[in-house]
Design a binder for this molecule. Structure first.
Ligand code: ATP
Ligand code: MN
Length: 463
C-alpha cells in the first residue's frame, strides 16, 4: 500500500478507506478497555495522528505494548471519525510494524525541554514540535522567496562562495587555504607566499554576494542571490551566526526609494505567504513560543512601513528620555536597543531608516549631495531591529575611485567593480536580508541559533 503523509490525512481524511502511515511514536497510552493509543508524528505537519491499536493484534504483547517515544513505525488500518475529543479522525490499526526501536534513554521524553538543551541535540531536535514547526516555516519561507522573485521578473544568480574580495571592507572573513599551516611557504621577507596557495592568491569565504550580483544587475536588470555567507565576527548574540544565508536582490535603474519599496513589498509578500501555508505551525508558535506572534506578523503585512532618515531617528532617540546602555550620537552606528526603541516603542511598526553618515557606511554606497551622508537604508522590525541593510550604489566612476582611495583600499582589487562604472553605468540599488533573521521574525523563536538546522557560532561547529 502507498504510504500517506499525516498532513494530507488530516487535511482531507479519506474516511473508511485503508491507509498506511510511517512515522515516529510520540506517546503510547494504554487504556483498560482493551487497546492502546499511539500518537504518531511523521514530520509532515504539526499534528499527530492518533492510532488505536487493539490488544488483539498479534504482536500486541511482544511489540506494541513496548513501544516508547522515539520508535519508528509503519501502521496500516482504516481512518475513522474519532469518538474521543481532541481530534477529528483516528487510525484503527490493522497492522503495526516496528521499524526501529528506541529505549527509555531517548532524550526527547514528553516534557518541555529548553531550546538551549535541544541545541546540544541537533540530530534529534527537529523531532520536537517547536523545532519541527520552525524548520517547516523556514522551508516555506525559502520557497516563498524564490516565488516572489520569479513572479517579479528577477533572475537567480549563484555568486561565488570562495572569494578574493571583501565586499564590506569591514567584515572579518574565514580564510580558505590548502597551505600547510605548520610550515607555510614564505617569501624572502618572511611573509606567507600566497602565490603557492591553491588559487595563487589569498582567498576567503564570502561575506556577501552583492558585488558580483551588481555585475548581473548591470546585464540582466533584476537579479538576486540566495546563498550561504560567512562572518568570522566574534559576536555571541541572539542575532548573529558565523554561517548564515543571505538574500540579496540587486536592481538596475532603481533609486533608494524604489529599493525601499521593494524591501517592504518583499517582506509583506513572503510573510503573508507563510501565514497561509504554515497556519498550524504559526498557531503553535504563537501559543507556545511567542504570544502575539501572528498579530505582529499581520501588523507588518497590513501597516505601511514608516520612513525616516538616520538624522531624524537620532533626534527622536535623543528626545526620547530613554536611558540606553550606549549613548546615541550623530555619526555613530545605532545599536539594537536604539533600533528596537524606534520600531517597538515609538512607531510600533517597521521603519526604514535612510541616509546614514558616510563615515559609518560601506564604500559602495552612493554619496548624497550634502557630502556627509549616503543613500543607505536599514529596515528595522520589532523584536529584532535590523533585518535588512541596503543602499543605492555609487555609480559615478570618479566618486567611487576617490572613495576607495580615501579608504586606502586597493584599486587593483576592485578593477572590475570600477569598470562597471566605466562602461554603461547607471543608477542601481539592492539590499541584503539575513534569511535567519527573517526566520527568527516569522517564528518568534527568539534565538537565531534555533532558526537554522545546524548553527555555527564561536566555538560551535558540531553536527
Ligand atoms: P548587524 O549590524 O545586525 O550586525 P550588519 O549591519 O553587519 O548587521 P549587513 O552587512 O548590513 O549586516 O548585512 C545585511 C543583513 O545580513 C543584515 O541586515 C542582517 O539581516 C544579516 N546579517 C548580518 N550579519 C549577520 C550575522 N552574523 N548573522 C546573521 N545574519 C546577519
Ligand atoms: Mn547593516
Amino acid at each position: 500500500m502507498e504510504t500517506s503523509r499525516v498532513q494530507a490525512l488530516l487535511a482531507s481524511p479519506p474516511l473508511g478507506s485503508p491507509v498506511q502511515i510511517r512515522g515516529w511514536v510520540r506517546t503510547r497510552r494504554d487504556s483498560k478497555a482493551g487497546f492502546s493509543f499511539l500518537e504518531v508524528n511523521d514530520g509532515s505537519c504539526m499534528g499527530n495522528l492518533q492510532v488505536i491499536a487493539e490488544t488483539s493484534l498479534p504482536n500486541y504483547a511482544d511489540e506494541i505494548s513496548k513501544l516508547l517515544p522515539g520508535c519508528s513505525v509503519e501502521i496500516a488500518g482504516k481512518l475513522v471519525e474519532s469518538v474521543g475529543g481532541g481530534q477529528k479522525v483516528e487510525l484503527r490499526a490493522e497492522t503495526v510494524s516496528v521499524l526501529g526501536w528506541a529505549d527509555a534513554s531517548y532524550p526527547l521524553q514528553k516534557k518541555r525541554h529548553s531550546l538551549e538543551f535541544l541545541r546540544s541535540l541537533a540530530h534529534l531536535r527537529p523531532r520536537t514540535n517547536t523545532l519541527g514547526a520552525v524548520m517547516r516555516v523556514r522551508s516555506s519561507l525559502a520557497q516563498a522567496v524564490h516565488a516572489y522573485f520569479r513572479d517579479n521578473g528577477f533572475f537567480y544568480i549563484h555568486t561565488p562562495i570562495v572569494t578574493s574580495s571583501d565586499a564590506e571592507g569591514a567584515g572579518q572573513m574565514f580564510q580558505v587555504t590548502t597551505l600547510d599551516l605548520g610550515t607555510p611557504p614564505r617569501k624572502p621577507d618572511g611573509t606567507i607566499d600566497y602565490e603557492q596557495d591553491f588559487f595563487g592568491r589569498r582567498t576567503s569565504l564570502t561575506v556577501s554576494g552583492q558585488l558580483e550580483a551588481e555585475i548581473y544587475a548591470m546585464s540582466l536588470g533584476k537579479v538576486y542571490t540566495f546563498g550561504p555567507t560567512f562572518r568570522a565576527e566574534n559576536s555571541n548574540t541572539t542575532r548573529h551566526l558565523a554561517e548564515f544565508w543571505m538574500i540579496e536582490p540587486e536592481v538596475a535603474f532603481n533609486d533608494l526609494q524604489a529599493n525601499a519599496a521593494l524591501a517592504e513589498d518583499f517582506l509583506k509578500k513572503v510573510l503573508g505567504s507563510v501565514l497561509e501555508s504554515n497556519a498550524d505551525d504559526l498557531k503553535f508558535l504563537d501559543e507556545r513560543v511567542q504570544p502575539g506572534l501572528i498579530a505582529s506578523l499581520r501588523n507588518v503585512i497590513e501597516e505601511p512601513f514608516e520612513r525616516m532618515t538616520y538624522t531624524e531617528a537620532v533626534k527622536h532617540l535623543k528626545a526620547s528620555g530613554e536611558s540606553f546602555e550606549l549613548p546615541v550620537d550623530w555619526g555613530v552606528p545605532l545599536q539594537t536597543e536604539h533600533e528596537r526603541y524606534l520600531t517597538e516603542k515609538m512607531l510600533k511598526k517597521p521603519v526604514i531608516l535612510t541616509d546614514y553618515p558616510k563615515d559609518i557606511a560601506a564604500f559602495y554606497m552612493r554619496l548624497n549631495d550634502d557630502g556627509k551622508t549616503v543613500r543607505a537604508m536599514d529596515v528595522l522590525v520589532p523584536q529584532i531591529g535590523e533585518i535588512i541593510g541596503g543602499s543605492q550604489r555609487e555609480e559615478r566612476y570618479e566618486v567611487l575611485k576617490k572613495r576607495l582611495e580615501d579608504l586606502k583600499m586597493s584599486l587593483d582589487d576592485y578593477w572590475w567593480y570600477l569598470e562597471l562604472r566605466k562602461y554603461g553605468t547607471a543608477q542601481h540599488s539592492g539590499f541584503g536580508l539575513g534569511f535567519e533573521r527573517l526566520v527568527l521574525f516569522a517564528t518568534g523563536i527568539g534565538n537565531i541559533r534555533d532558526a537554522i538546522p545546524f548553527p555555527r557560532f564561536p566555538k560551535h561547529a558540531e553536527f
